[in-house]
Ligand binder design. Structure first.
Ligand code: NAD
Length: 434
């Protein structure tokens, strides 16, 4: 099948590559020429484990191509996936301008029947908007179907998530589109992946409902962590015991500095605004956002207390800057928010992240010293803040660390270390909710 994926970011690049791996002919399109040139040189514009090898293999097999030529790519494709960004607009709603732009280009180049599928996370009603845009702007009156195929992959495990998803959601208007998309996902039938086929608007809601629920679990356990701190309970054990209940499940019950990244913050706000536009008050989602917005401030209080109350003039080492491990994505990263607040408070910041180098070059923090490794970052520190739980921070050489810092203070915002072990090793330890 000939497929065009518009938008070669975290979702589009992984989607296109995995569909090529399934044996389809895929063209990945982006409007940023530099990104396409990078890919054509065989380099990855993002860090995603396993992606480079899969891209190389499929390019070599002639199944995967990269281009900025959207017109030609649309003309050649039976299925066009829209995987462009849907960032938060100034009013909290999803900004659909990139989606609209692509829909207009599809309309102008509709030369045969096509299925136009949103992979991007879009509010309920976007499918209807795309249909109207294409109907109003198409030059030739070819038939087309609009569909919604929301993506649930996690950065850092994107290939695995695409190849072995918990489910695939297909929102379709008609049987033709349903048959084409089910055929596209046929390789996943072999591993018995549940395929939920529904209408377009229901598929659109599934994505927001899922993300808002995951964000709810995070804010929920973060509030329980606050309670545990006051009553001297250990949230680590609380969350483990809760998670053993199959009705609850262990995932997304790790307390910390709050959720971040390019999805949860914008998607929770977008669904709240979407509901408000339809006179529905999503009170739980509103509370989830409020709790999350307060997290960075609470983490700052912990750091301030750990260094004795005053941050001005103190040296703070921040380990991990991406919003989670195994990605280079800094978007809405709580670690970056903490780094910024530390600078504002007059602290000297020394930081290290294993993969954020290129992203940091695009968003430099002149006040902070970005170091080459975790031990260099710790030199002379009055506190080491573990902000993102990269694997290499789970097995730090604690003796070496202790010999490098000015004061042996660890603020472990991801509860990676055992408080008792850290105290035995001579550190003053602060975790979250324990
Ligand atoms: P991204 O910013 O990494 O990539 C989007 C790409 O689209 C960019 O490279 C941009 O240049 C390109 N683009 C924008 N307009 C274009 C146009 N007119 N023509 C060609 N290219 C264009 O975004 P992302 O993280 O991949 O997210 C894409 C969508 O998927 C969003 O709606 C997001 O909410 C959703 N999503 C993201 C994730 C994730 O983990 N990142 C997971 C699930 C869903």
């Amino acid at each position: 099948m000939n497929i065009c994926v518009v938008g070669t970011g975290y979702v589009g690049l992984v989607t296109g590559t995995c569909f090529a791996e399934f044996g389809n002919h895929v063209v990945c399109v982006d409007k940023i020429a530099a990104k396409i040139e990078t890919l054509e040189r065989g380099e990855m514009p993002i860090y995603e484990p396993g992606l480079q090898a899969m891209v190389e293999r499929n390019v070599k097999a002639g199944r995967l191509k990269f281009t900025t030529d959207l017109t030609r790519s649309i003309e050649d494709a039976l299925v066009v996936f829209i995987a462009v960004g849907t960032p938060q607009g100034n009013d909290g709603r999803a900004d659909l301008s990139f989606v609209q732009e692509v829909a207009r280009t599809i309309a102008h180049n509709l030369n045969s029947y096509k299925v136009v599928v949103t992979k991007s996370t879009v509010p309920a009603g976007t499918g209807s908007m795309i249909r109207k845009t294409i109907e109003d702007n198409r030059k030739e009156k070819h038939a087309f179907s609009v569909a919604s195929n929301p993506e649930f992959l996690r950065e850092g495990a994107a290939i695995e998530d695409f190849m072995r998803p918990n489910r695939v959601v297909l929102g379709v208007e008609d049987e033709t589109a349903s048959a084409i998309l089910r055929d596209l996902y046929r390789p996943l039938y072999l591993i018995e992946t549940p395929i939920v086929v529904t209408d377009v608007v229901t598929a659109e809601v599934i994505k927001y409902a899922s993300n808002a629920f995951l964000a709810t679990k995070i804010s929920y356990i973060n509030e329980m962590a606050d309670l545990c701190e006051r009553v001297h309970a250990d949230v680590h054990v609380v969350s483990r015991a809760m998670g053993l209940d199959r009705r609850i499940g262990p995932k997304f019950l790790h307390p910390g500095p709050g959720y971040g990244g390019s999805c949860f913050p914008k998607d929770t706000r977008a669904v709240l605004e979407l509901a408000r536009d339809h006179d529905v008050d999503l009170r739980i989602v509103r509370a989830v956002i409020e709790v999350n917005d307060a997290r960075v401030g609470k983490m700052m209080d912990k750091i301030r207390t750990a260094v004795g109350g005053e941050l001005r003039g103190k040296t703070v080492c921040v380990l991990g800057l991406t919003f989670k491990p195994n990605t280079d994505d800094l978007r809405e990263s709580p670690a970056m928010a903490i780094l910024d607040r530390l600078l504002e408070a007059g602290a000297r910041v020394r930081a290290f992240d294993p993969e954020a180098g290129a992203a940091l070059a695009r968003e430099p923090r002149p006040g902070a010293e970005i170091c080459r490794d975790e031990y260099t970052a710790a030199e002379g520190a009055n506190a080491v803040v573990l902000a993102t739980e990269w694997n290499q921070f789970r097995s730090l050489d604690l003796e070496r660390l202790r010999s490098l810092v000015a004061t042996p203070v660890i603020v472990d915002l991801r509860n990676v270390y055992d408080p008792n072990v850290m105290r035995e090793k001579g550190f003053r330890y602060t975790g979250v909710g324990r």
